[in-house]
Design a protein around this ligand. Structure first.
Ligand code: FEO
Length: 393
């Protein structure tokens, strides 16, 4: 337990051994699950923690008051790293009322699978807890539809859950951490994985936060922010700038005998001739960072694979797996590949690309074995037409 301000206490927990969050996010220093207790005439708990740490949360709360004294729990966001321990508090204190957005309360019904006292935190509504006033502010898609911020006017403290947070577990939860470079690295990584696909929502969130001029930002992971609020907001500002370059096409392919490679080059030549900037990536020779950058900054894609055992090859699936069904939605895509027998790779890739929300060109560019000069010329024309359509959008 740490006292942050008058009547405001940090009751969160550390998880330094966590190596990966949500299966895919590396967490080299682990993380923290932050929760806060505010004692007005009513006692309010902001967020809970991951279920694995429920007992530690309860111990921290009990350093301040019995869990039975909690009147209100505010769930600013319901991902189970913040709502997982809620069931244990409800076991002890079934009279507590849970505040959250309508989406959050619906989520909690499906997480808790039990009845509980609930109240919708309407946008810009205020709750007087006796001595302190809480203002609820909707912040959808930061990073779930359920997300809200809660602002305590008297303390100038805003509870943002994941927003402006960081999977960083240091020696302290304040900003006086010794490994600032490590924190900066994790802050950037956290942004990329958690908020990178919601740049417009991030801009909106930054406007909301700045309009409050908070003295304290109580995040749900990593340090509580005081001195560095504007520094972190500035990073989010920079990272949420638009990155897609209109007229930029990236061609990703693999090739066993150079046939699909020749198709890639012909399509790229055609697209360049129409005026597009085209990057061509033999996937196994490109770094993850190069592919990631190309995916994020391109306005359209081409994916090429030979067929092996009735399917596309794994490196191409891997790149498609990095396409964001949110951020990259509606980008045009063209599928191509050489084949020997039945040639299922193109259709399979097209189905996956459509599933991700890409606008897949209806014409699959397939060539049996080695493309002839006539095939290559057709591919140049196809690449040119694809690029011209992109430029005319
Ligand atoms: Fe930290 Fe979206 O949960």
């Amino acid at each position: 337990m740490i006292k942050l301000a008058n009547d405001l206490y940090y009751v969160g927990v550390k998880d330094p051994d966590l190596k990966t969050f949500d299966v895919i996010v590396p967490t080299e220093t682990g993380t923290t699950y932050n929760a806060y207790l505010l004692r007005g005439e009513k006692t309010v708990l902001f967020e809970t923690v991951h279920d694995d740490f429920a007992d530690e949360l309860l111990e921290n709360i009990r350093e301040i008051c019995p869990a039975e004294d909690i009147d209100i729990i505010v769930c600013d966001h319901t991902e189970p790293d913040h709502s997982g321990a809620l069931h244990k508090i409800l076991d002890i204190n079934p009279d507590v009322t849970v505040y959250g957005s309508a989406a959050a309360l619906k989520n909690l019904s499906n997480i808790l699978n039990r009845d509980f006292n609930k109240c919708v935190a309407k946008n810009n509504s205020e709750l007087d807890i006796g001595g302190y006033t809480l203002k609820f502010i909707w912040a959808p898609n930061l990073h779930w539809p359920d997300s809200i911020f809660t602002f305590c006017k008297e303390l100038g403290a805003v509870f943002t859950c994941d927003f402006l947070g960081c999977h960083y577990c240091g020696e302290t939860v304040d900003e006086d951490i010794s490994d600032t470079a490590g924190y900066d690295t994790e802050l950037a990584r956290y942004y990329k994985y958690i908020f990178g696909v919601f740049p417009a929502a991030v801009k909106n969130g930054l406007s909301l936060i700045r309009s409050l001029s908070p003295a304290l930002v109580c995040t749900s992971h990593g340090p509580v922010l005081r001195r560095d609020i504007e520094k972190v907001c500035g990073c989010y500002d920079k990272w949420s700038e638009p990155v897609v370059q209109s007229g930029k096409i990236s061609v990703f392919y693999v090739s066993c005998y150079g046939y699909t490679a020749a198709m890639a080059q012909a399509l790229a030549e055609g697209a360049r001739s129409a005026g597009c900037e085209v990057g061509v990536y033999e996937i196994t020779a490109a770094s993850d960072a190069e592919i990631d950058e190309a995916l994020r900054t391109s306005a359209a894609y081409m994916f090429g694979s030979p067929t092996l055992n009735r399917d596309a090859l794994p490196p191409v699936w891997s790149v498609l797996g990095s396409v964001s069904a949110v951020a990259d939605r509606n980008k045009p895509a063209l599928i191509f590949g050489s084949y020997g027998w039945s040639g299922e790779a193109c259709a399979n890739l097209a189905a996956r690309a459509q599933g991700l929300g890409l606008k897949v060109d209806e014409e699959l560019c397939r060539v049996c074995f080695k493309p002839s000069e006539e095939d290559l010329e057709k591919l140049r024309s196809k690449g040119s037409a694809f690029a011209a359509a992109l430029l005319s959008q």
